[in-house]
Design a protein around this ligand. Structure first.
Ligand SMILES: Cc1ncc(COP(=O)(O)O)c(C=O)c1O
Length: 520
């Protein structure tokens, strides 16, 4: 994405990357990158985690090696081995992210630190030269309308429509009271030791009982309490996929799966779907063509697209997984939102399925309690995997969940979350109805916004950011087809329905406005 900071781009490039390659072992991170940046141009690299953005920046600053190609800085080939790397670095400012920033300095001061300390430019001088502006960090090159602070909710700088959490329904007070109860009735000391890796039998029993409502036949022996759903996915994947193995997913998939693949080198292959979920023929072909033996799927309220797989499809998908001698990782974290949950695919092929769920969405992510049902033959290895990756999930937090299940308070929370989901989806339909993919029957906390014709994802994300709204592109897979690109709008994070409505009204204005930032 490009823009200009304060003037037209000059004819002479400041920076030129010509066919730059960089690999770590046999993992190619940069494959023939060409990039030209002119003076006054602002170039933003956007891509999923692990796609090589930071590596690219590091090669420019000679902090990373270049295997092939050339990098020219104002015409000088800085990849020439005779070049003095420190002299080059003195001409390029790099601001590293997160913990590398100085917490006692503002964003502006962090960004201008190198220019002031190394080159002795004053801050005023830097501003006068247009190196910085007061809007650093929010898009310095084009100023757009901002939502007024009052529209964003008390104490909020931005409205976050990128994080998929349910709205608060009083779970904080509930959890506080259960924690006090645990302290008061002396239940804490026995929860403080090293306890069984799979979780306490009493906790597993009550969680199994809860999961039976989701139409699963459960042998408690195969049920694991995990450190959230993500931990369960990581263990399950580790059981059936070697590092660098091919893993099939829906075409757009959950960002946690992309993070896992970046971590372990799994190669994700997106399979096409329609409004009823994964397309059986496409899945069949993908197994045959790629040799993959694992499918990760979220049949109920798929993230990011929100589709719900029909019962017929579930049966077809189960048959295909079996026919290819493959395994299914079924992510069912949104099942609680259904008054009558669809039968999980795992229930059809229990010997080939890892069923994963979590109490993050129906209660609170911070508890870090998830659950997983594994095929009998993997039980012992999974026990060792939990031991190897953290011994056990926190028994104290599992006790909180168990008590809330026992008292019925968790079910009451679920009802409240479902009501909130219906309300928030009604707001989304009222504000953005024509732009959104229609609801598939059950309201969740995310909706799919296909990119309208003639618009780019990047322009929408940027314009929303400039208005103070964070929206996230999908965890897009390798062969993203621009025609089907979209944005997952998360409806649960804004503190109130009004704040959500304000944000969606602004998005509508952005979508409807003819003006577009010109990016190439
Ligand atoms: C589809 C999906 N699966 C799994 C998870 C992970 O849940 P947890 O927070 O329990 O790790 C999330 C959380 O955002 C999710 O959206």
């Amino acid at each position: 994405m490009r823009g200009t900071s304060n003037g037209l781009p000059s004819a002479e490039p400041v920076l030129e990357l010509q066919d730059v390659w960089c690999a770590f072992g046999d993992h190619e991170v940069l494959r023939g990158i060409d990039l030209t940046v002119h003076r006054h141009e602002v170039v933003v690299l956007i891509g999923p985690s692990g796609s090589g953005k930071s590596t690219l920046l590091r090669t420019v600053n000679l902090l990373e090696h270049v295997d092939d190609g050339r990098i020219l800085l104002t015409g000088q080939d800085i990849t020439d081995p005779r070049v003095d790397a420190d002299a080059v670095r003195g001409r390029i400012g790099t601001v590293f992210q997160s913990y590398n920033l100085f917490p006692h300095l503002s964003v502006l001061d962090n960004v201008t630190l190198a220019a002031r300390v190394v080159h002795k430019h004053s801050r005023a001088e830097a501003e006068a030269r247009g190196l910085i502006s007061g809007e650093v960090g929010r898009g310095t090159f084009v100023q757009r309308r901002r939502l007024p602070a009052t529209a964003k909710g008390a104490g909020q700088d931005v409205i976050n429509l990128a994080l998929n959490v349910p709205p608060s329904t009083g779970e904080d007070e509930l959890i506080a009271s259960v924690l006090s109860e645990i302290l008061a009735d002396g239940a804490l000391p026995p929860l403080l030791g090293y306890l069984p890796h799979q979780g306490l039998p009493s906790h597993r029993e009550i969680i199994a009982e809860w999961l039976r409502a989701f139409r699963l036949k459960i042998d408690v022996a195969n049920l694991f309490i995990t450190h959230g759903g993500q931990h369960a996915l990581s263990i399950a994947l580790n059981m059936v996929a070697e590092p660098k193995a091919m893993v099939l997913t829906e075409r757009f998939t959950y960002s946690g799966m992309i993070a896992l693949s970046a971590q372990n080198g799994y190669r994700l292959h997106g399979v096409d779907g329609d409004a009823d979920g994964l397309l059986p023929d496409a899945l069949d072909r993908a197994f045959s063509d790629t040799g993959a033996r694992v499918l990760f799927a979220t049949p109920s309220l798929q993230t990011p697209t929100g589709t719900v797989m029909t019962p017929e499809r579930r049966q077809q998908i189960a048959d295909i997984v079996s026919r290819h001698d493959a395994y299914l990782l079924e992510d069912d974290v949104y099942a609680f939102l259904f008054a009558a949950p669809p039968t999980p695919v795992s229930a059809l092929i229990p010997d080939r399925s890892f069923y994963v769920t979590s109490f993050a969405k129906c209660l609170a992510p911070g508890l870090r309690i998830g659950a997983m049902i594994v095929p009998e033959q993997f039980r012992d290895r999974c026990i060792n995997a939990v031991r190897a990756t953290g011994w056990m999930a926190s028994p104290i937090m599992a006790e909180v969940v168990a008590r809330l299940l026992h008292s019925g308070d968790l079910m009451r929370q679920v009802q409240l979350k479902r009501t909130a989901a219906v309300r928030r989806n009604a707001i989304a339909d009222r504000m953005l109805g024509n732009w959104l993919t229609p609801l598939s029957g059950t309201a969740g906390f995310h909706r799919w916004l296909p990119i309208p014709a003639g618009r780019t994802l990047i322009a929408l994300v940027t314009q929303a950011a400039q208005a103070g709204i964070t929206i996230a592109p999908p965890g897009a897979l390798q062969q993203v087809d621009r025609g089907t690109l979209g944005i997952r709008l998360c409806l649960g994070h804004p503190a109130t329905d009004d704040v959500l409505e304000n944000a969606l009204a602004e998005l509508k204005r952005i979508l409807e406005s003819a003006e577009a930032i010109s990016f190439v």
